[in-house]
Design a protein around this ligand. Structure first.
Ligand code: NAD
Length: 471
């Protein structure tokens, strides 16, 4: 049984002022494996005060000073990939192979931010005008539970690169993972107060960060509903906001796609992180002319995506993070059946021999784009196959969504695939693969959010231009 009673404020682990204790539950079997004492408003204000004090100095740091800090953060996270991976597997149930990839990305994101910082001109001048990009101030970084240490690293990397100080509020469902990450942060020996972290509830700690006048910027990753409330409540203090919200990403199989490659990729895109991924490609748009072939290819490829013990390297799909998440996925599977979609693979209930919060990876065919399962983010391993007539129809269906975070296109004629990609309303479009580039902007059109993260785009989101004009 692990017990966590401290937060990280002003360069040290400090006992929680908040007294509420929450159980930490293992999703593979629902057992209580630890307890965390949650922060209250007072803990949050202490963290904000520390960040405010630190900003007076760190806000004037040079590029080289920030670069050094980013390298130290990289080294500390890279040295603890095993511990971070283990925590993510145990507390969240993430399949170990995916977890390790995420933790490697969590280390690399600091070097990517350093590279972007070196490339970003912080001063520009012409005639007698000089423009400098100034750090916005204290940044509140609020993250969800589905890739905890990666989000903490990614947001901190951009904030620190910009010269901002930070108060981080991870999901209250990520206490063990956060503790493993804090060990890295402590080892990186940042100047006191540059990065503070309080673990607590959204409506307590998150709400205090959003309303506090000493916080200038919020970078949030999470649900659309909470994102909207942050935008609304943050307006009172004119917060700058970056919102990374949900998705219902289309994955277009053009009719010249090589199914032997595209279908395994499609399943990996739909089921990554056990389907609890904002970028999951959960609407597969398949050409009517090849529908039977697509179904056959799916039934063959699904065997390579077993649900099971997340610590087994062969497992592709772990349990859902919580009972609530399990119930949510079950209710969508039921809804899909009620609305007339046909179950090709999976269905309701637990996979054979597995209890806990495991769900059956489920693939629906005969899905219409106006069904609930095609419109709402399920956040579980559920894929909807939607048939289309021609390329134009595929693009129309792909864009007929309230989201716009990611999209995928598969086809052998690359020029045709690019043409389709250029018409998709999504912040990122990947052609022929599950691809990432930490220098490329990441964020959404429409309800998927506001602003961009990563690379120079991510750093700029923590900067304010100041122009000085001389006579
Ligand atoms: P959530 O919105 O419930 O919570 C996200 C964070 O916000 C948590 O730390 C939570 O405690 C906090 N929060 C809750 N209420 C708050 C409030 N009133 N004020 C301030 N903070 C508050 O989301 P979740 O359930 O943790 O995560 C799942 C969601 O995150 C999904 O919708 C998913 O699509 C989204 N997500 C988006 C991305 C992306 O980059 N676009 C990535 C991962 C997850």
């Amino acid at each position: 049984m692990k017990t966590i009673t401290t937060h990280y404020i002003d360069g040290a682990f400090v006992e929680s002022h908040g007294r509420e204790v929450m159980d930490i539950i293992r999703p593979t079997d629902g057992q209580v494996i630890g307890r965390v004492t949650l922060a209250d408003e007072e803990d949050t204000r202490r963290a904000i005060d520390a960040a405010k004090r630190a900003f007076a100095t760190y806000g004037r740091s040079t590029k080289e000073e920030r670069a050094k800090i980013l390298r130290r953060l990289h080294d500390a996270v890279a040295a603890h990939i095993d511990d971070l991976t283990d925590a993510m597997v145990e507390e969240y149930g993430c399949p170990v192979m995916f977890s390790r990839l995420m933790m490697e990305a969590a280390a690399n994101v600091f070097l990517s931010a350093e590279k972007a910082l070196q490339e970003l001109p912080l001063t520009r001048s012409w005639n007698k005008t000089t423009v400098t990009l100034e750090p916005t101030g204290v940044a509140g970084l609020i993250t969800p539970w589905n890739a905890n240490s990666f989000f903490l690293s990614a947001k901190l990397a951009s904030a620190v690169a910009a010269g901002c100080t930070a108060v981080i509020k991870p999901s209250e469902l990520s206490a063990l993972q956060t503790r493993a990450w804090l060990v890295c942060l402590d080892e990186a020996k940042l100047p006191k107060g540059v990065c503070n972290l309080v673990i607590g509830r959204g409506d307590v700690v998150g709400a205090e960060i959003v309303r506090n006048t000493d916080v200038a910027k919020i970078s949030f990753t999470g649900s659309v509903a909470v994102g909207k409330s942050i935008m609304r409540d943050g307006a009172a203090t004119m917060k700058r906001v970056t919102l990374e919200l949900g998705g219902k990403s289309p994955n277009i199989l053009l009719d010249d796609a090589d199914l032997s490659r595209a279908i395994p990729t499609t399943l990996a895109i739909a089921f990554m992180n056990s389907g609890q991924a904002c970028v999951a490609g959960t609407r597969l748009l398949a050409p009517k002319s090849r529908l039977d072939e697509v179904k056959r290819a799916i039934k063959e490829a699904i065997h390579a995506f077993p649900a099971g013990d997340p610590s087994d390297p062969k497992t592709a799909i772990g349990p859902m993070a919580t009972q609530k998440q399990y119930d949510r996925v079950q209710s969508y599977i039921r809804k899909g059946i009620e609305e007339g979609a046909e179950v090709l693979v999976g269905g309701e209930g637990h996979p054979e021999g597995l209890a806990g919060y495991f769900v059956k990876p489920t693939i629906f065919v005969n899905v219409k784009n106006d069904m609930t399962i095609a419109r709402e983010e399920i956040f579980g391993p559920v894929l909807c196959v939607i048939a289309y007539d021609d390329d134009e129809d595929a693009i129309r269906i792909a864009n007929d969504t309230s989201f716009g975070l990611h999209a995928y296109v598969n086809g052998t004629d690359v020029r045709r695939a690019r043409r389709a990609a250029s018409q998709l309303l999504a912040g990122r479009v990947a052609i022929n693969g599950l691809l990432d580039d930490q220098q490329a902007p990441f964020g959404g059109f429409k309800n998927s959010g506001v602003g961009r993260e990563f690379g120079t785009y991510g750093i700029e989101a923590f900067l304010e231009p100041r122009a000085i004009l001389e006579a």
